[in-house]
Design a protein around this ligand. Sequence first.
Ligand code: ADP
Length: 580
Amino acid sequence: MKIKTKLRLGFAFLFIVVIFFGATALYYIQVISASAKVILKDNYETLNYTKNMRALLDENAAPFEKNVLQQFNRELAKQEKNITEAGEKEATLQVREAFDQLSSESPSSPQLLKAIRANLRTIETLNMNAIVRKNAAAMSSVKKATLYLSMAGTFAFLVLLSFSVNFPGFIAGPLKLLQDGIREIGEKNYSQRLNFDKDDEFGDVAAAFNQMAERLNEWENSNLAGLKSEKLRIETIIEQMQDAIIGLNEQDQILFINQAAETIFNLQKAEVTGQPIHLLTKRNDLLKSIIGTENILKPLKIYANEKESFFKVESREINIPNLQANKDNALRQASVSAGKVIILRNITEFKERDEAKSNFIATISHELKTPMSSIKMSLQLLNDERIGALNPEQQGLVSNIKSDCDRLLRISSELLDLSQVETGNLKLNISAIDPLKILDYAIDTVKFQAEQKEVKLEVQAATGLPQVHADTDKTAWVLVNLLSNALRYSHEKSRIIISVKAEASKLIFSVRDFGKGIDEQYQKRLFERYFRIPADGSSKSGTGLGLAISKEFIEAQNGQIWVESAIGEGSSFSFALPVG
Ligand code: ADP
């Protein structure tokens, strides 16, 4: 039944109860007033008539005058019309008969008067009894009315009470259940259902709610199934990757590790999942060596799977968008950390290829050096007058071949140096040495070049400099390389300042030129292998290895190398080495 109908029936029932109560009250008021009316109107009037008749007889002496008789007759006539009780009629008839005789007789007989009086008394007694009886009846009606009305009142009160107690619950109960259900759905509990078992509007609402929850459940499950299969796919990919991968949550507990990581770190997935990483590092040295030193540039050499492998350690913070419904139901978006992933990239293959390349370059450059040197010797012999004079063209050709030969020798020796660095075969011969000696050696080497370009080499060095802790050859090589670059990129007739100064347990060597300078965007990349500033390549020859080798040499000696430059103002290349 619909709530609307129920409400209508409920109110109709209340209305009927009120009407019933009112009607009962009205009925009993009517009954009581009717009884009272009868007492007043009939019996009371009769008593009045008889009292008047008796007074006429008592106050006048027989024989009665005519007007007394007339008055008596009037009262008697009224009484004859007002007969209500059983026996009253007979007594009134006898009064009439006696009065009729009394009116015709004179003098009147005392028996007649006596008879009239006796009958008047009978009439009075009958009416007095009737009054008493009717009063008792009225009283009982009042009692009955009081009883019935109080019963009806109690009944109406109880009905209203139960209505007012039950009615709010009847509406609010299902609403509360509905509210709870909606809250559960809001908390993603899509298995929530409402069972109202009712055929009304609440039943319809419950059916619609259940249908909605079912659809949401289906949707969630289908999404979940999709997500699960995607998760499985990603997990399989991660599992089968060559690189070792360890996933950590924001509390640094292990979320997952793949097969490669298990092998490399000698860990068991089942044992370590959920464990805080700092606990594992206590008993796993390899793990300890990579945690905290993430993103180290040097490849990590690890012996796993019965062979040596090289790994590059990378650590990535995982930041995910934070979508959170706050109390105002507004969406707040920000990025929150969801942990990090540590990847040990397997670079063994690249490392092997790189090594092969370095060895190849080392062999080639080494093998080239011998024929090149013999070509150089032959060229010197060609220039010897004793073998035969060369004409000017031939001399020009020989000098060209000689400079090309020098270049090739320089390139092959640079390649050899680099391959030495790359294969880890760099041998340093460190000793405490006077920095001015290195300076002189380097200046001597480039003097001829400088003279040709008419570039002035200025030396700025304080006296009493401490000795430097370095490999003389390698440091001189670097200084020569910097000076050659400075000469190469200086204008003719300009100058180059070579300085050395002591600064906090370090000696700083600088080569300052006044050439065109280097654009800031290239400055960081100058020390990379094979890097050359794009526009320079066509005009100036070079390999792009000089600065890279210089960096390796200086860093191998615990030093630093850097550049300061501005376009149009020239460049200053410096390196610092520890004081000896
Ligand atoms: P390269 O053999 O080409 O000189 P380097 O590693 O010595 O190789 O230098 C790399 C590049 O840096 C050069 O190609 C050049 O463009 C730039 N460079 C080096 N020194 C200077 C300098 N003093 N002034 C301007 N550019 C320079």
